[in-house]
Design a protein around this ligand. Structure first.
Ligand code: AOF
Ligand code: ZN
Length: 338
């Protein structure tokens, strides 16, 4: 039987929860009897029940009505059922205990706590398992999660706002918004797509940023990371308000990123000044660079984002897409060195 359409449906069930499940991957599950959907589930919320469990629990209420025994059912799930005790119990055991005899999986879970062990447990208990249905779609849907486990570090995005002449701000400290309100609203969406936001000590002092994601839907806020070599930190800054903040006093950027390789953070957005941004870029640790470019010139009163001409290309970036946001231009670059 071809399960592609059911898998696509499970992927779209999962998609609805991408802002509440994060930093967990999104997962969807469907129970089928022949070609009829008996129940559906998704991993709706970080720390809450996994997709398979939700689908199984819904189906339990339909025994004797829509089906007689779980042995008749096939489970479609976008990600390999887990096999570990995390915030919830192993889904593979719950599937085995329910009596389900066939499981169709989108993608193997790259999390080393699972990584094939869920599939092995199912097979060992006589469950028929198919893996790799719409695999690429599942990977795309959980891009940062798969990246983190493939490269053993979070995906790193740098976002900057720049004048047309590649300046960051005015030397005399006179503060002006470089980009338009629509661009700044767009940044909120970029922020909420990431699991953590990192800034530096100078930005904290100069800009007093909130660095949260102001979006009008329910979403898990990114964690905040402050990278600073300053001894006295002003905890009255807006950055610390109602936030869980990691304060790192580390100059080696690779070590900063490495610190998160075993955490649940799959992606980090860097929003900082030229010094820190250039350190990230020159260490080759940036996967994506987003530039919001205004049509204005700051001229000789402006501080350069980069030290040399063609810096972005020389750091290994290629423009992937660009579009206008009112009079600004949003440019998205990808690192082509990896
Ligand atoms: C599944 N079904 O719906 C999801 C899975 O901290 P926990 O216990 O919630 O476990 C999170 C990990 O479990 C996550 O990193 C990923 O490996 C897997 N997610 N597995 O069987 C689900 N969301
Ligand atoms: Zn699970």
């Amino acid at each position: 039987m071809n399960y592609d359409n059911f898998m696509r449906r499970a992927i779209s069930l999962a998609d609805a929860y991408k802002y509440t499940a994060k930093p967990n991957p999104v997962v969807g599950a469907i129970l089928l009897k022949n070609k009829i959907i008996i129940s559906e589930g998704a991993h709706q919320k970080y720390g809450a029940a996994h997709a398979e469990i939700n689908a199984i629990n819904k189906a339990k209420k339909l025994i004797g009505k829509k089906f007689e025994s779980f042995e008749e059912l096939t489970l479609i799930c976008t990600l390999e059922p887990c096999n570990h005790f995390g915030k919830t119990g192993p889904c593979s055991d719950a599937i085995i205990n329910s009596g389900i005899k066939k499981v169709v999986i989108g993608s193997k879970d790259p999390n080393p706590k699972v990584s094939g062990a869920g599939i092995q447990n199912l097979i060992k208990h006589g469950v028929d398992v198919e893996v790799g249905i719409c695999d690429e779609l599942v990977k795309k849907q959980n891009k940062f999660f798969f990246f983190k486990h493939e490269f053993n570090r979070p995906y790193v995005t740098v976002k900057i706002a720049s004048s047309k002449d590649e300046k960051s701000h005015n030397k005399d400290g006179s503060s002006t918004w470089i980009t338009c309100k629509k661009s700044r609203d767009d940044v909120q969406q970029v922020r909420i797509n990431h699991d953590a936001i990192l800034t530096g000590g100078n930005t904290l002092i100069n800009d007093n940023p909130r660095m949260n994601a102001r979006v009008n839907f329910i979403a898990n806020q990114p964690k905040k990371i402050l990278l600073t070599n300053k001894k006295n930190i002003d905890f009255t800054k807006k950055f610390f308000k109602n936030a869980e903040v990691d304060i790192l006093q580390e100059t080696n950027i690779k070590k900063v990123i490495d610190r998160y390789k075993n955490s649940e953070i799959n992606s980090i957005l860097v929003e900082a000044g030229p010094k820190l941004v250039n350190s990230f870029l020159s260490d080759g640790l940036v996967d994506e660079l987003i530039i919001y470019e205004s049509p204005d010139l700051l001229g000789s009163n402006g501080v350069n984002w980069f030290e040399e001409d063609n810096a972005v290309e020389n750091f290994g970036f290629k423009l992937e897409s660009s579009y206008k946001i009112e009079s600004d231009l949003k440019k998205i670059y990808k690192n082509v060195k990896r």
